[in-house]
Ligand binder design. Structure first.
Ligand code: HEC
Ligand code: HEC
Length: 443
């Protein structure tokens, strides 16, 4: 039976159940027609939305190059003193060491999230960062990226960690040189050919310093500021193409066919009795689907749920979507910039940096949630029962901004909380194919 016909059958059964109760299917599980309609809105995961701002988004060659670069540490910058490996912190190298870190340092297989028990809650690469690393599986279904709903394209999101000093601390010139020395044939086959002056032996090699990126605010001019504007554009183009290749790779990390999806498709025993009771709570008494809506289990909006800023390395204040909007509007690589392959998507229409967005975090998708502990934007909650206890008490006090009115005590019993947890555990789909998790970087 195909998914679509299974869904149709379930809906038909539920329609009948209004008048005459039928045996079998979800109707037999006691779901009303209204509940059946809500359930049908949560599955299956659709095809990926097209990504017009990245013309390479579905280019298989770009995805292959993106995968290689995802695992390649050679452009990464120095490990900072705060992130240096010691017995307690799970660090990745000694202070000052270069070439030790890659995207995979934090996005670790099999679910491309930070599954290290040490670091404990937030992630560590060149240094501690302020948030926990989310899974990249199915992340292409988001509309804005990162916990704070920042960048308005995935390729823009991918650029930030490459250069940011606590993440990888690399630079766009370093990436351009790595592409020249190790990936030139592949790069040139997809994008406009690399500039021969990237060859260190070239007569004009000094046009492209070994490392360059825009200086920090207030800092003195560095190699980037001293470059000719035309050469900055050449490097920016390469950097953007790096981000677009990463997006092409990450768009392949889609997982479908969760037990819950099979249930909705008509396989009535795909989830157990406890999970079915949990599903009923999820769309009913607990009203989780007010925010965790759509087959992606996220409304793609940001809410202030009052998750406290606890744990080592977690700053006192998290401005959330307020900062996210500031990032998206101010990024030279946003969807309306010259680097976007479609500047008219309207993604940033009406977006402003509003006080009311302070403390709002993007609704996390709940697909694969069983695999992605610790939970919340800074890994504040260690387990799913911890998360459910948090919701049952109506969240905690907002440390900044105003808590969403949807957050209120739920008065769920321990048995009901266990049922909700059982339901959440049915949302993990097929693992990502091993070939997509392999380190394919060129020697
Ligand atoms: C130091 C750990 C770390 C490293 C290294 C890192 N990331 Fe991330 N990544 C994160 C965190 C944390 C987030 C969530 C962003 C935020 O809210 O601050 C994230 C988010 C993302 C997202 C968006 C996912 C979502 O749910 O919106 C993408 C895509 C991504 N990273 C790709 C990359 C790529 C590509 C690289 C390498 C160039 C990389 N990351 C390196 C920690 C890391
Ligand atoms: C007001 C909107 C809203 C409601 C209602 C809501 N959530 Fe959330 N949920 C969020 C947001 C926003 C986050 C991310 C919060 C953060 O990281 O600080 C989140 C995060 C989570 C996470 C952590 C996922 C991860 O990977 O870290 C789980 C699990 C979760 N919610 C389950 C539920 C359940 C179960 C319910 C119903 C009892 C529920 N949510 C109700 C908005 C909501």
């Amino acid at each position: 039976m195909t998914r679509r016909s299974g869904l149709a059958l379930l809906l038909a059964l539920s329609a009948c159940s209004e008048k005459e109760p039928v045996g079998g299917g979800a109707a037999a599980d006691g779901f009303s027609a209204a509940e059946m309609a809500k359930i049908a809105a949560l599955s299956p995961l659709p095809e990926l939305p097209p990504e017009p701002t990245n013309r390479y988004a579905d280019d298989a060659r770009a995805a292959a190059l993106g995968q290689k670069l995802f695992f390649d540490p050679r452009y990464s910058g120095p490990i900072l003193p705060g992130g240096a490996k010691d017995a307690s912190n799970g660090g990745l190298g000694a202070a000052g060491e270069r070439g030790k870190l890659s995207c995979q340092s934090c996005h670790i297989d099999p679910w491309l999230q930070d599954n290290r028990s040490n670091p404990p809650n937030v992630s560590l690469a060149a240094d501690w960062i302020i948030r926990n690393t989310p899974t990249l599986v199915n992340s292409a279904f988001y509309k804005r990226f990162g916990w704070i709903a920042g960048p308005d394209s995935m390729w823009n999101q991918a650029l930030f960690p490459a250069e940011e000093e606590h993440h990888l601390g690399g630079s766009r010139c370093g990436i351009a040189h790595l592409l020249w020395s190790k990936y030139r044939a592949e790069y040139d086959a997809i994008f406009d050919p690399l500039d021969p002056a990237l060859d260190p032996a070239h007569l004009n090699a000094s046009r492209f310093p070994a490392e360059c990126k825009p200086k920090a605010a207030m800092a003195a001019d560095g190699p980037w500021e001293k470059m000719a504007a035309a050469d900055q554009r050449i490097v920016n183009r390469i950097f953007v193409n790096f981000g677009k290749a990463e997006e092409a790779y990450i768009r392949k990390l889609v997982s479908r066919n969760a037990a819950f999806d099979r249930f909705v498709a008509g396989e009535k025993d795909a989830i157990g009795a406890s999970a079915k009771r949990g599903l009923k709570l999820f769309i009913g008494k607990a009203a989780c689907d007010a925010c965790h809506s759509t087959p992606f289990f996220s409304d793609n909006k940001a809410h202030n749920t009052g998750v406290p800023q606890t744990g080592p390395h977690v700053p006192m204040v998290e401005n959330g979507a307020y900062d996210g909007n500031g990032f998206a509007l101010g990024s030279p690589f946003n969807s309306s910039s010259e680097w976007s392959d479609d500047r008219n998507t309207g993604r940033l229409d009406g977006v402003v940096q509003a006080e009311e967005d302070k403390g709002k975090i993007r609704t996390k998708s709940l697909r694969e949630v069983k695999e992605t502990a610790p939970y919340m934007h800074a890994g504040q909650l260690a387990t799913l029962p911890d998360v459910l206890a948090f919701y049952n008490r109506g969240g905690d006090a907002a440390h900044v901004g105003t808590k969403d009115p949807l957050m209120k005590p739920l008065n769920l019993t321990p048995a009901e909380l266990a049922d909700l947890a059982a339901f959440l555990e049915t949302l993990s789909g097929d693992p990502v194919p091993a070939a997509l998790l392999a380190n394919t970087s060129n020697p």
